[in-house]
Design a binder for this molecule. Structure first.
Ligand SMILES: Cc1cc2nc3c(=O)[nH]c(=O)nc-3n(C[C@H](O)[C@H](O)[C@H](O)COP(=O)(O)OP(=O)(O)OC[C@H]3O[C@@H](n4cnc5c(N)ncnc54)[C@H](O)[C@@H]3O)c2cc1C
Length: 276
């Protein structure tokens, strides 16, 4: 049961959604965009979040797009993880999100919800980081395009509405690997999760579960691509250059995470070096 009352809006256009948000916000209400709703409902039930109003984005056409338009793949924020996998339009993304939660939950969980999750993992973001994706945001009354990378290491402002993600089609069929390691079962939060691909003879890697937010690092990639070193040295040096400290939580100690990360990076190099 949810212990607080809230207004529910389901706008049918982007403008209506933003106007509804701004109106409620001006009245001092706490407003949230609502996509799959799985996280909002879970946290509301245990009273770790509250809201005066939620704006369900699933009725907005732009948020439900999943198609190739010219040289871009456009993915709406309200598209479910299962739809992305079933479309097979972007295999690295499809395989990465297929490892999030169970099949039934993935019918509800959306890519926009995953990328704005309060959890540290946000694994759906990894394929977008290695493909220089751009995001369409509705900020106040403006619709803006931004490189995802400008936003990746911070949570979006609550006023900002993620509408779509755009990926250049030249990235969609590049050689890739995605590896996820959990504490126990196949379904679980990642101890380490990586999505990697080869572009112009250069390996690109994005990480989740390792630090407090998903990340991609040019310094780490520089070391991983330094073929003057042995693969073992590349992995050791890359891990020494992580942009933040390694997470320690109930799923894994920082030391164990580091050990798993080194194994995952060794496997990643082995597979992708052969595909260069
Ligand atoms: C069983 C289970 C296992 C899971 N395992 C994993 C895992 O292994 N890896 C992983 O990464 N995640 C995992 N998750 C977390 C899941 O991906 C997130 O909880 C995700 O937020 C749920 O998506 P949703 O569409 O239901 O989001 P919602 O509940 O709708 O929203 C989540 C948050 O995002 C905000 N939001 C939603 N859409 C937008 C938008 N378009 N613009 C701006 N803000 C928005 C909401 O306001 C809210 O704060 C798991 C969840 C479950 C239930």
């Amino acid at each position: 049961m949810i212990s607080f009352d809230f207004d529910y809006y389901k706008p049918s256009s982007l403008d209506e959604a933003v106007e509804t948000f701004n109106r409620a916000h001006k009245l001092g209400k706490k407003v949230m965009y609502y996509s799959g709703g799985t996280e909002i409902i879970t946290f509301a039930r245990v009273n770790t979040i509250s809201a005066d109003a939620v704006i369900d984005i699933k009725g907005i056409p732009e948020c439900n797009v999943l198609e190739l338009q010219g040289d871009k793949l456009i993915i709406g924020a309200a598209v479910s993880l299962n739809k992305i996998t079933e479309s097979n339009l972007f295999p690295l993304l499809g395989q990465t999100v297929k490892q999030i939660a169970d099949h039934t939950s993935r019918n509800k969980i959306t890519i926009g919800g995953n990328m704005n999750s309060q959890f540290i993992y946000r694994e759906g973001m990894l394929p977008f980081l290695v493909t220089d994706a751009k995001v369409m945001l509705a900020v106040k009354n403006e619709v803006e395009m931004h490189p995802l990378e400008d936003l990746f290491n911070k949570k979006m402002d609550k006023m900002t509405f993620l509408v779509q993600i755009h990926v250049d089609t030249s990235y969609l069929d590049l050689p890739f690997i995605n590896l996820k390691r959990t504490r126990m079962s196949k379904v679980g939060y990642p101890v380490v999760s990586v999505a990697a691909l080869v572009k112009d003879n250069h390996i690109r890697v994005a990480f989740s579960g390792v630090c407090e937010h998903p990340f991609r690092s040019t310094v780490v990639e520089g070391v991983l691509n330094d073929t003057s070193l042995t693969e073992l040295d590349r992995v050791d040096k890359a891990v020494a250059k992580l942009p933040a400290t390694i997470v320690q939580d109930i799923y894994a100690s920082a030391k164990y995470r580091e050990y798993v990360l080194k194994n995952v990076l060794t496997d990643t190099l082995e597979v992708l070096e052969a595909k260069k």
